[in-house]
Ligand binder design. Structure first.
Ligand code: OAD
Length: 234
């Protein structure tokens, strides 16, 4: 049966939060310019030097509490609220700016900065302050086992079955502010497209996967996402 309103799947990356003041990873002055992934964003780094890894994420967690959602986050929340069809929001971002803007059911495939879990017993919950090696796990009481709830390189992103399912059903797929360097997210456009979705990339510049999209809006997310949402609702 043909429905009047198409299901929309949106994937966001660090670029959507850039105008809120959070550094992206690969732009000039991006996070990976000042740090090596192997030192702060993989399980081996945490095993080797947990204090260094905790410091890196403690700074990010503190920084997150000083920024606000921007017009692009707000526009996507409005799209979810006002669009008569299904709108699913997938994000590679570990910030909570989509939620603070009012989005619902955001799928955080790379985890969430404001959560921690115990690598030994699996206990997980929200966490606002710094994390040090001496915090005991409230469940199993071991120390040196709590870690940020971040999917590190070499680990499997969360909720992939659910994500595949929504991508295969998507009629519109939009990727916003992501460079297309990191898989599996960089492959979502080809999966959605293979299953018949119209695809759109919204980014400040072209990316290495731009050629796979049907349509491009090039410019700052605060302007281009707001414009695209108006069009979807119009
Ligand atoms: P990147 O830093 O790789 O890419 C950010 C993208 O945002 C680039 O394509 C920029 O052109 C674009 N951009 C920057 N400012 C923008 C703006 N104001 N408006 C629109 N676009 C803008 O970030 P991601 O693609 O999100 O993973 O990176 C993917 C993953 O790599 C991250 O989730 C993280 C990282 O390593 C983990 O840590 C597991």
């Amino acid at each position: 049966m043909q429905t009047a309103h198409r299901s929309i799947v949106v994937l966001t990356g660090a670029g959507i939060s850039a105008e809120s003041g959070l550094a992206t990873f690969r732009d000039k002055d991006g996070l990976w310019e000042g740090h090596r992934v192997e030192d702060v964003a993989c399980p081996e780094a945490f095993a080797r030097d947990p204090a260094r890894v905790q410091r890196f994420y403690n700074l990010r967690r503190a920084g997150l509490q000083t920024v606000e959602p921007n017009a692009a986050h707000l526009a996507l929340a409005r799209l979810q609220r006002d669009y008569p069809g299904e709108v699913t929001l997938l994000t590679q971002n570990v910030d909570d700016l989509h939620e603070r803007a009012g989005s619902q059911g955001v799928i955080h495939m790379h985890g969430e900065l404001l959560k921690v879990f115990c690598g030994r017993c699996g206990w997980k919950r929200g966490w606002q302050g710094d994390l040090t090696g001496s915090d005991p796990c409230p469940s199993c009481e071991r120390t040196h086992t709590l870690r940020p709830d971040i999917v590190w390189f070499g680990e499997i992103p969360y909720r992939m079955d659910e994500i595949e399912d929504v991508l295969m059903r998507a009629e519109v797929f939009a990727a916003i502010g992501t460079s297309g360097h990191v898989y599996p997210a960089a492959g979502f456009v080809s999966l959605a497209r293979f299953h018949g979705a119209a695809t759109i990339e919204i980014n400040a510049q072209g990316t290495q996967v731009s050629g796979q999209f049907d349509r491009h809006l090039v410019g700052p997310a605060t302007v281009e996402v707001a414009r695209w949402v108006e069009e979807c609702l119009g």
